[in-house]
Design a protein around this ligand. Sequence first.
Ligand code: RAM
Length: 497
Amino acid sequence: MERFTIIENFIPKNDAHLLEKAEAAKPVLLERMVLPLAGNVPASLGAGESATYDFGTHRVGYVTLKLGCSGSHPDAPAYFTVQFAEQRSEFEEDPAAYHGWISKGWIQTETLHADRLPCVVSLPRRYAFRYVRLTVLDVSRKYRVVPEGIECRAVSAVDAASVPALGSGDEMLDRIDAVAVKTLAECMQDVFEDGPKRDRRLWLGDFRLQALADYATFDRLDLVRRCLYLFAGTRFPDDRIAACLFTDGEAVADDTWFSDYALFYPVALAEYCQRSGDRETLSDLYEIAQKQIDLTLSMTDGNGVVNHAFVEATFIDWCIGLDKAACAQGVLLYALPFGITLAELQGDTARAARYRDALERGRAAAKERFFDGQCCVSNGQIAPASAVWLTLGGVLTEAEAKEALHSVLSRTTAYPMVSPYLHHYLLEALLKANDPNAAKEHLLAYWGSMVRYGADTFFEVWNPADPDASPYGGKIVNSFCHAWSCTPSYFLRNRLL
Ligand code: RAM
């Protein structure tokens, strides 16, 4: 399902004062030299032969290779590739066979020459990987390449080992939590990246979930504050907050707007302000945050139901064919109480009253339009996502929500939840429906199945029934360390145990 927008001549509106504040909160990255723990490394390599290194767990960093030679003096360059894989199965994919809709540029492969041996080769990019494969493409018949060593300068804003183990008494829950903490740590770089392999940038929907998991683990409020300032500091000319920012270099808003993601800005700001008590950030960012809600309200009809343009611009999930009308309405109703919290913190009583009114009307209209007494139905379609978001929007009573969620989860659907991002909101919905046991069971089943599959970090997309699924047209560009899947730590540490 292709999903991208191009706005001709897009010039983001930048606010130097806000960007300066973001810059001042830029973290100093921790660095650690790490070596492989295992591998299959022959003493020397001829044309077509490979060495594979296993670093034992997921790493994000800069890699250096040491190459020597044996035999006669090298009379031709060593010509070789270095491939990086988060999951070993990525090595089985043929990059040439990938013709999906996002760039092949994300495939972590380098083809290089070494003119002189022995030598130290510093690979040009920052990589996300557990496995590295060095393959000699060609070398003269007079000598062989000796793979003498490899090391990685691993980087992160935090040290995963600084978070005490969960210690729940349940081995699987402890393991899920540890993998979630590791996932979050790997994504905590200069900003909360969505994935260190891809897209390596600050996405708003991912960021809100990272912040929640961060409060339960590293509690790096400075990094959350930095990202809040970044989103506000470079935005659409009409003040909409972009779905993501490029932050490698000067921060620049992408010309992509997701209506649901924009609403997570006031959500994330309210949560940050409640957690930190930081009044300065609240007053700096208050108007921009509330503008996201005001803009959405201007896209509703007389009954408070979001219009087609708003629905079209939502993300919700990578599920193909999902009817998003009910979800979009649910996201607005979910965000409004956070807008009310912000207004109360800021003493903006008129706005709080306006949002309360919109909430009440929007909920009533949503119930009438999207609930048939048992199921959540979005333009004739019954899908888990609709039940999740109408529950979170407070459209259903606790009992109705429980029934709607269980009934949709028990039937086979053509519109399954495919991202851990939506599974996060399913857990939130089950908790809102006062069903913590079901939430815990789902966490164990869904994230546990990734652990059983061999995850060192949690994946961007995961359907246990279809482990090779990719929204991009090829698994080789999927990210296997993805921020929006790190929230088991939030649930286990703050909500479930
Ligand atoms: C993908 C990225 C990112 C997500 C968007 C919507 O491109 O994985 O994490 O927020 O989709």
